[in-house]
Design a protein around this ligand. Structure first.
Ligand code: SF4
Length: 876
């Protein structure tokens, strides 16, 4: 704990127990700011600083500045979260890196066990289950068996990590989705450490949607895997104190509207407002009309609205949810006592905090909505969806009625933590299914249907409500407890559908209850992806086409020969509420979470390697020792300028981390596919890039290999192709990068706005580093991705406002020189000079902003990234 310079250390009695804590009101008493008017989220940051004030990372001045409400957007603070949350796609590389770090420490003569989590870390295995089987009662078992078969090597590593590391727990596969498990079980809301000190729970996670936990009053957001590793090893998160945008809610949702409609509306509004790098905090009397799961749904999509997180303070509803989900009585008493004492408990009478900016939504104005076909912020009112599809994909010939043609919905997936954590929308889907079955409707034969809840409790309440049978009659059988379609693990389409789509180049669609719909994410054959509430997913499965106005056209013909409209089978809010009340009870949470770390027979029977140093298996194609520490020197390398750089890729706006490091399937003829075949892996066993993140050989070959990537250096191509310069030969980006590496040519990436948006993905930074990229110049960067680049020692540079590759006349064929980096990072300014020299010797000169934003980031960059920095600290 810290120095307690403000004398804030105190004792708190809650229930029958006494705890130590740091009182925020002490600051008010000393005249340091009006804590009661700070946004709740900032009060939590303030408590963090107050408790960790050590005179070095956190100073008295830091505490005073934040308490005084100053410094937003400019002041750097060191935030130490209470815990770290991982999922398996990002968690496997974390464990691989920790294992490699132990090797490196041993090689340096230091104690390898120093590479061990200092903060509690939980890893939930949820990203690996794929929908290979659907539409049958055995789909779940068959998919789980395949999952184990494919991921055995990764799971052995994770089980080793579970025994080799202290403070590290693993929730086994087929148990639930990380954010839903966090919401329903892991998050304590108020954290009790072994020394009896209590403080607000807070979490950083390696998944962007870690933000969902803000619905429970827990401050949390996504960070890159490398940042999370550093955090686990005791490094604070270095961040600029964020401005807080207040989002006032009033009224209540009207009949027929769901939490999904609300979150799509909120996402659109906040995208328009522009909240990148900011906290959003919800306030106003409308909060009392939102259930905890509705709040979690809204908090979940913070990455889609661009904010660091969207916060809902603790209130009466939070306490009720904790009781309902079977949190222990002493904890609930502590949460209530602590948050009330600290001014962290909201009621409708609480004075509104003072925000940097505000906006407002009357919940009664929300309308049924979807978002698509490519971006989550592109909300469209339900009646406008047909037109939206036709506008995005004009002049498609209309299919014959009742046949698979353009606009067909070929995937309808009830998936994703965003919605499956919300009983109202899930049970509404069940009720729609029931009414549809009763009217004699059937799902169209070309639709791949799936139900993948985020916790086992969902299956329990579907059965309790008697609705599972109706979902199954519409082929929405349980396929897994995990992310599935939401992460792109939608599995192959049925052969007949695949052939028809390929043969006729059909533009087909997916409708899913997820939160991401970038091109190429859901399935390589699907161009249009629409986000929708679970009941609308069922409705589109019945319709089987996007070429329909569900508000006016019939879904189909009932068994009585009469048309059946969506309004005929849509449940009333009252029906939904009554079903929720009748079908869910506390005992379900008690039962399902009692053995949450045990896993099934497959998991328990895995043979775990022994010892604190991991025994790397040279024959493994999933887990390989990464090269980051192979060339460690005693101190950080001097900061250098870059000369004679070549551009590996020149891209436009909104290049996502999925473009840079795809998570989905590995094409056979790609560099990664060829590598796997050379290792004796059959294409059927390729698994996904996401599942192969423990093997850098696969990942570096998959970098910038998204099938939808458009590199302007190779015009007219789609996929990971570039032209090697100066010869101009077209080749895979990986092959070109290796050729450049052999010739000692440093590489550069040039991009437009929002470079690195989408899911937080450390491989999008690790991969470009291993390709030999030393700098990225973009018009703007997504927050996490920029920090990941710095964390891997890759220099992010930003075009000056109003400038871009196009405005400067850059084609990417030039040779680049970046100068003044050291002077900038040593405090001599914020810009570097860039010279682009054309083949004829003429030059385009410009300056770019060096986006190494904080002194701590400068230290990371100076050391070649976070991992070498931390390793040097651990080695002493
Ligand atoms: Fe999984 Fe999707 Fe949730 Fe991410 S957003 S954790 S992929 S369900």
């Amino acid at each position: 704990m810290g120095k307690n310079s403000f004398g804030a250390a105190a004792k708190l009695r809650a229930g029958a127990a006494d705890y130590h804590y740091f009182r925020l009101s002490q600051l008010t008493q000393q005249g340091i700011g009006d804590i009661g008017r700070l946004p709740f989220s900032i009060r939590i940051l303030l408590e963090n600083l107050l408790r960790n004030e050590d005179g070095k990372r956190v100073t008295q001045q830091d505490v005073a500045a934040v308490a005084g409400g100053s410094g937003a957007g400019i002041k750097e603070i060191s935030f130490m979260p209470a815990r770290v949350l991982l999922q398996d796609f990002t968690g496997v590389p974390c464990v691989v890196d920790l294992a490699a770090m132990r090797d490196a420490l041993a090689a340096m003569g230091a104690d390898p066990n120093r590479a061990n989590p200092l903060l509690p870390a939980d890893l939930v295995i949820d990203h690996s289950v794929q929908v290979d089987h659907f539409g049958g009662v055995d789909s779940f078992d068959l998919n789980a068996a395949l999952e184990f078969q494919r991921n055995r090597e990764r799971y052995i590593l994770l089980r080793w990590g579970q025994t080799a590391f202290r403070n590290f727990r693993v929730v086994p596969p087929d148990t639930g989705i990380v954010h839903q498990v966090n919401l329903e079980y892991l998050a304590p809301v108020v954290f009790r450490n072994p020394a009896g000190v209590v403080y607000p729970d807070s979490v950083v996670g390696t998944d962007s949607h870690t933000t969902m936990i803000n619905g429970l009053g827990v401050l949390g957001w996504g960070v890159g895997g490398i940042e999370a590793e550093a955090c686990m090893l005791g490094q604070p998160v270095s961040m600029l104190l964020p401005p807080v945008v207040g989002f006032k809610l009033s009224g209540r949702l009207k009949e027929g509207c769901t939490a999904t409609d609300l979150v799509l509306t909120v996402t659109q509004m906040l995208r328009k407002k522009g909240v990148v790098g900011k906290f959003v905090e919800f306030y106003g009397a409308g909060l009392s009309a939102l259930s905890l799961p509705d709040r979690a749904t809204v908090a979940n999509m913070a990455p889609e609205y661009g904010a660091t997180m969207g916060f809902f303070p603790v209130d009466r509803e939070t306490l009720e949810f904790l009781k309902f989900t079977n949190r222990d009585t002493a904890l609930v008493a502590l949460v209530e006592a602590y948050t009330k004492d600290q001014g962290l408990f909201r009621t409708d009478e609480t004075p509104d905090p003072v925000f940097a900016d505000t906006l407002e939504l009357d919940l009664s104005t929300v309308t049924p909505s979807m978002a698509g076909p490519k971006r989550p912020q592109d909300r469209v009112d339900l009646p406008g969806v047909r037109q939206n599809f036709h506008t995005a994909f004009p002049n498609l010939p209309a299919p014959a009625p009742g046949t698979l043609g353009h606009g067909a919905v070929v995937i309808a997936a009830i998936t994703s933590c965003t919605n499956t954590s919300n009983p109202s929308v899930m049970l509404a889907a069940g009720l729609v299914a029931k009414k549809a079955v009763e009217r004699g409707l059937k799902v169209k034969p070309w639709v791949k249907t799936s139900l993948a809840p985020g916790s086992k409790v969902v299956a329990d309440y579907y059965r309790e409500a008697g609705l599972m049978t109706y979902l199954e009659q519409l082929n929405f059988h349980l396929v897994g407890f995990g992310c599935t379609t939401c992460i792109g693990n939608s599995g192959p389409l049925p052969d007949a559908v695949t052939q028809a789509v390929r043969k006729e180049s059909l533009v087909v669609a997916a409708v899913l209850s997820g939160n991401r719909n970038f091109e190429g994410r859901i399935n390589p054959l699907i161009k249009a992806n629409y986000l929708a509430s679970p009941p609308l997913v069922v409705a589109y499965a019945l319709a089987g086409t996007m070429d329909i106005d569900l508000s006016a056209d019939p879904l189909g013909e009932g068994s009585d020969g009469q048309p059946v409209f969506l309004r005929d089978i849509w449940p009333t809010n009252e029906e939904v509420v009554a079903t929720v009340r009748a079908a869910i009870h506390r005992g379900m949470f008690e039962h399902e979470y009692a053995h949450v770390f045990d896993g099934d027979r497959n998991w328990r029977s895995l043979a775990i390697p022994e010892g604190g140093i991991y025994q790397w298996d040279d024959t493994s194609t999933y887990i390989k020792k990464p090269p980051y520490f192979d060339h460690m020197v005693d101190s950080g390398a001097p900061l250098e300028d870059f000369h004679q750089m070549r551009v590996l890729a020149l891209m436009g706006d909104s290049v996502t981390t999925d473009h840079i490091s795809p998570a989905g399937s590995i094409p056979t003829d790609s560099p990664a596919g060829k590598y796997l075949i050379a290792q004796g892996v059959q294409p059927a066993d390729f698994n996904s890039y996401g599942a192969r993140r423990g093997n850098h050989e696969v990942m570096v070959r998959g970098t910038l290999a998204n099938i939808r990537l458009r590199n302007q250096l190779a015009p007219g191509t789609e996929g990971g192709v570039t032209r090697h310069l100066p010869d101009g030969e077209a080749m895979f980006i990986y092959d070109a990068a290796m050729k450049y590496q052999r010739d000692g040519v440093p590489l550069l990436i040039i991009a437009g706005k929002e470079y690195g948006s989408g899911s937080s993905r450390d491989w999008a930074a690790k991969g470009v580093l291993l390709l030999g990229v030393r700098a990225v110049i973009a018009e703007s960067f997504e927050r996490i991705h920029r920090t990941n680049l710095v964390g891997m020692g890759v220099l992010p540079l930003q075009f000056q406002a109003g400038e871009s590759a196009a405005s400067l006349g850059l084609t990417g064929e030039e040779t680049y020189h970046i100068e003044g980096v050291a002077a900038s990072l040593n405090g001599g300014g914020r810009t570097a000079s860039v010279r682009a020299v054309k083949a004829d010797g003429t030059e385009i000169a410009f300056t770019a902003v060096v986006r190494v934003d904080t002194p701590q980031e400068v230290e990371y960059y100076r050391n070649g990234g976070i991992l070498p920095y931390v390793l040097r600290q651990l080695a002493g």
